[in-house]
Design a protein around this ligand. Structure first.
Ligand SMILES: [Zn+2]
Length: 219
């Protein structure tokens, strides 16, 4: 199956995409991860992409072309013979239209999580300055307030995880991806996965997604 997973900042789409790819034996394609790999391995693509990735400049024509080139290579790999799941792509309507030129898409999974739940999840995150372990003051609190369980490092709130920055990132995300969702809705490809239970375990959500995908397949 050829899938796309979409969802707001903090909706857990990376986690779900990774689990779905394992369950269905399809390739997980995270454009952010792929670009980081290319840069790390100092490939031709990596060298060209580096400057854009470092500046988080996703609007330039060149990075758009680099990503398309990279994805074309990935979806033709033998590992993608069963299909793939795109995570973090397409981000814009232009990308969605260009994607059509290199592959068709069977289904778009849209993770629908209430904004309040996302905000609670993100703004309660604390990261260890020393070892990078991530805590959540509500769901995974450290044993001692402000101190890492593993290395006793100091916990801090990342600047992009404050309420103000999170809201800003969400608005930006909506602005870019709403037209993409609309594009796929018009084609009848979108399945909605509502996740409004903060207690739901990732596995339960994944099971629901897999169930819905089976129904789409047999329709
Ligand atoms: Zn630590």
């Amino acid at each position: 199956m050829k899938l796309i997973i979409m969802g707001q900042v903090g909706s857990g789409k990376g986690t779900y995409a990774s689990r779905i790819s394992k369950a269905m034996d399809i390739l997980h394609l995270s454009t952010g991860e792929l670009l980081r790999q290319e840069i790390k391995n100092e490939t031709e693509i990596g060298k060209r992409a580096k400057i854009f990735v470092e500046k988080a400049d996703w609007s330039a024509k060149e990075i758009h072309d680099i990503i398309m080139e990279l994805l074309k290579k990935e979806i033709n790999k033998p590992e993608a013979s069963n299909g793939f799941i795109f995570d973090g792509f397409p981000r814009t309507l232009d990308q969605a239209k260009d994607l059509e030129k290199i592959t068709d898409i069977d289904t778009v999974i849209n993770l629908n999580v209430p904004e309040k739940m996302l905000l609670d999840r993100i703004t309660n995150r604390r990261t260890c300055k020393k070892c990078g372990t991530v805590y959540n003051l509500i769901s995974v609190p450290p044993k001692k307030a402000g101190i890492c369980d593993k290395c006793e490092g100091e916990l801090y709130q990342r600047t992009d995880e404050t309420e103000e920055m999170t809201k800003h990132r969400m608005e930006e995300n909506d602005r870019c991806t709403n037209p993409v969702l609309e594009f796929y809705r018009n084609k009848g490809l979108v399945i909605e996965i509502v996740n409004d239970n903060p207690e739901a375990l990732p596995n339960e959500v994944v099971e629901r997604i897999l169930d819905k995908l089976k129904k789409v397949k047999t329709e």
